[in-house]
Design a protein. Structure first.
Length: 192
């Protein structure tokens, strides 16, 4: 138990150094969502759960009351997911949905603890070609997903569980910045 908590503390301390990136992402996400853009999020396994958690917080609410925002978790439509995998193969799972739902100005947040998930990397490449902004949340870098996206936040932790736990903290930090930016759009200083 102590080893687990120590790994988590170390990884969170490393992410603290990436606070300016998180603030920028949260502010930009708030502005884009308020102007009608949408967030598309994808990942596999635990990363899919994190993607769904983020989109739920944006469509519903995080802590503060605000209007709902358009955010889609690309693994949640089981009929589309199974049809795409059956007809086009697993590597096309998210890329095909990005082509269907993504519009220039939207944002794709791609999550992968390894940074090597082929279907998530394909979604990032497809999103970039379609004019979406691409962000990655990954485990240790360098990795292919971080390279495929315009910007990435990489968690340098040796255990997948630690990366996932830190990704959840990042999701909550993004939501906190979005909420604050929506409630106080002219505020210059935002604490994450």
């Amino acid at each position: 138990m102590d080893n687990h908590l120590t790994r988590l503390e170390t990884a969170l301390a490393q992410v603290r150094g990436q606070t300016p990136l998180l603030l920028r992402w949260g502010r930009l996400l708030a502005e884009e969502l308020r102007s009608g853009a949408r967030l598309l999020a994808c990942g596999n396994g635990g990363s899919a759960a994190q993607a769904q958690h983020l989109t739920a917080e944006l469509v519903g609410r995080y802590e503060a009351e605000r209007r709902p925002f358009s955010a889609l978790s690309l693994h949640t439509d089981t009929s589309a997911v199974t049809a795409i995998v059956n007809d086009y193969g697993p590597d096309e799972l998210y890329a095909r949905q990005v082509r269907a739902h993504g519009r220039p100005g939207d944002i794709l947040l791609a999550l992968s603890t390894s940074g090597t998930s082929r279907n998530v990397i394909a979604a990032a490449h497809t999103a970039a070609r379609a004019g979406l902004r691409t962000w990655a949340l990954t485990g240790p870098a360098p990795n292919p997903l971080a390279s495929a996206c315009q910007e990435s936040l990489s968690v340098d932790a040796p255990a997948t569980s630690t990366v996932q736990e830190v990704h959840l903290a990042v999701v909550h930090l993004l939501c906190a910045v979005v909420d604050e930016r929506v409630r106080f759009p002219h505020k210059v200083v935002v604490r994450a």
